[in-house]
Design a protein around this ligand. Structure first.
Ligand SMILES: [Zn+2]
Ligand SMILES: [Zn+2]
Length: 351
């Protein structure tokens, strides 16, 4: 009897249950696959949602994680952009590059991909991961780049930028409000600055996150625990904000956005909602507003990589805690108690 070689991975065992297990190594199953040795990964708020049982599509035994940096270990015969030894950024979105949605750069809806890593197939919180459609779903790490900082480009920076800033059509001079100063809200803040808005108002209940937001360029912060946020915003602006970015995913935070958007403005929803919201169409039908939603396509990743190379964007500032792979459960504890631990993004390294 032969034993297949094992690796360590963070495995989901049903709501509230996870462990750092020994599991079989992934292997190439299609010629377009690559096997990547994960060097650095992180934990996303989405992983906490999965652990709560909010994402029933994730089945017991699934390795979590959809972000990371690694080194190509092996490639399938059809992979032409990457070879063994290449350092790569793993996109949270897998895309075939050939289907109707991929042709429109809507990789989130790829007919043979989308968000599958750590969701429908095994993810990056492991020593090795299989990446389908490797040619289109991985990016070369520019030589000499800070690999830890680039982990922020797997998911949160493209998400904040594409679904918050671009869908919200932030323009020079705009007043932008971002509801939620978590990692994705901060990513929206950092990338909104590309367009020189006149104000960026950050709204959250966590004072330490608000003070971080100030350091990242927020012009005003509002602690939503201190009264009626909509009244405060309306009192501090002529008639509200041009762009309200929702980066939490709760009825209350969506409500703030619809109460502060000015006529002609945009509400860009990024938050993952588990419940319906009360959309005030009876007030807003006459206000010429635009409401957008979306899952990240990561089609802006090559552009964001250039802004990191030019130091226009310094994503490493989002990292507050660092762990090694054998401390994976500790990393989850810290990230799961983000407010008490003053955590934003954690990095877990395979040393
Ligand atoms: Zn994520
Ligand atoms: Zn596709």
């Amino acid at each position: 009897m032969t034993h297949s070689p094992l690796m360590k991975a963070l495995v989901y065992h049903g709501p509230g249950e996870k462990s750092w297990d020994s599991v079989p190594l992934p292997h190439i199953s299609k010629p377009t696959d690559a096997i990547v040795r994960v060097v650095k990964t992180t934990i996303c708020g989405t992983d906490l949602h999965i652990l709560k049982g909010d994402v029933p599509a994730v089945t017991k035994g699934r390795i979590l994680g959809h972000e990371g940096i690694g080194i190509i270990q092996e490639t399938g015969d059809a992979v032409s952009n990457f070879k063994k030894g290449d350092h790569v950024l793993i996109s949270c979105i897998t895309s075939c590059g050939k289907c109707e949605y991929c042709k429109r750069q809507m990789y989130a809806h790829c007919e043979d991909g989308g968000w599958i890593l750590g969701h429908l197939i095994d993810g990056t919180q492991a020593e090795y991961v299989r990446i389908p459609h490797a040619d289109n779903s991985l990016y070369h790490v520019p030589p000499g780049e800070d690999e830890e900082a680039l982990v922020m480009l797997s998911d949160i920076l493209p998400t904040g930028f594409e679904i918050g800033v671009l869908y919200g059509t932030v323009k020079p001079g705009d007043i932008v409000a971002i509801v939620g100063a978590g990692p994705v809200g901060m990513a929206a803040l950092l990338t909104a600055r590309f367009f020189s808005p006149s104000e960026i108002i950050m709204i959250d209940v966590d004072e330490s996150r608000l003070s971080m937001a100030k350091k990242f360029g927020a012009t005003k912060t509002i602690n939503s625990a201190c009264g009626n946020v909509a009244e405060i915003v309306l009192a501090q602006t002529k008639d509200g904000v041009d762009v309200a970015i929702e980066a939490v995913g709760m009825p209350q935070t969506f409500d703030i956005c619809q109460n502060i958007v000015r006529p002609g403005g945009h509400i860009a929803n990024i938050g993952v909602h588990g419940k319906s919201v009360d959309f005030q169409i009876q007030k807003l039908w006459i206000q010429n507003i635009t409401l957008t939603t979306g899952l990240v396509n990561t089609n802006t990743t090559p552009m964001l990589l250039k802004t990191v190379e030019s130091k226009e964007l310094v994503p490493g500032n989002l990292i507050t805690h660092r762990f090694t792979f054998d401390q994976f459960l500790k990393a989850y504890d810290v990230f799961g108690n983000a407010a008490a631990e003053k955590a934003l993004k954690v990095i877990i390294s395979n040393t």
